[in-house]
Design a binder for this molecule. Structure first.
Ligand code: GRF
Length: 194
């Protein structure tokens, strides 16, 4: 009997790409889901090297490709992914891409949205804000992407404590570990529903 096609995931990353790596590892030998491409907007993104290691095709693009010429949209339409995962991706996704993939783009944010989100709230800035607010808890939010930063419906949240003595870096490490632990499973569930 013919096997059904595997669900296709595309990853977008801007930097280190440790979450991208977790996804590529998790789906490397998966029966029904595969990572078909990694898109990066930064030639120095270490995520590109990680994609090479996993033999995942990498696409490097610039602002013009993303916001003006429609090149990224066209590449995505050719790949026809079931799910697009923003894993440490910092640019706002343009409307034409959001509309071309309704409810198929998800982002991971390293805090408990709706707090500590929005423009400029990325990386260590998020954890600094959480520590400065003396919040008792932080965590991760995986959410659908719409035309505004960090505003789409939540798919999954997981909490962790913030200790009184935490530096932003210590909190960042705890939250990143949570991301690595939960992101692949949540993405697997979402992909299989498509
Ligand atoms: C993660 O904390 C992710 O939530 C955020 O940016 C960080 C990226 O880390 N959006 P990495 O590039 O996956 O290592």
């Amino acid at each position: 009997m013919a096997q059904p096609d595997k669900k296709k995931i595309v990853i977008f990353a801007s930097g280190s790409g440790s979450n991208a790596q977790r996804l590529m590892e998790y789906f490397e030998h998966h029966n029904s889901v595969r990572v078909v491409a990694l898109f990066a907007n930064n030639p120095k993104a270490y995520a590109l090297k990680r994609a090479e290691t996993f033999h995942v095709p990498a696409f490097l693009f610039n602002r013009e490709d993303f916001y003006q010429s429609g090149k990224v949209l066209q590449q995505l339409q050719e790949l026809n992914p079931d799910l697009i995962v923003l894993a440490g991706f910092l640019w706002l996704v343009p409307q034409n891409i959001v509309q071309a993939f309704p409810n198929k783009i998800v982002n991971i944010h390293p805090a408990l949205l709706p707090e500590y989100g929005g423009k400029g709230m990325h990386g260590i800035h998020v954890h600094t804000a959480v520590v400065q607010a003396k919040a008792k808890e932080s965590g991760i939010t995986i959410h659908l992407v719409n035309e505004e930063y960090d505003k789409g419906d939540f798919v999954y949240q997981h909490r962790c404590p913030v200790h009184e003595t935490d530096t932003p870096e210590e909190l960042a490490a705890r939250v990143l570990q949570l991301e690595h632990e939960h992101l692949p499973r949540v993405i697997e569930e979402l992909a299989l529903k498509q």
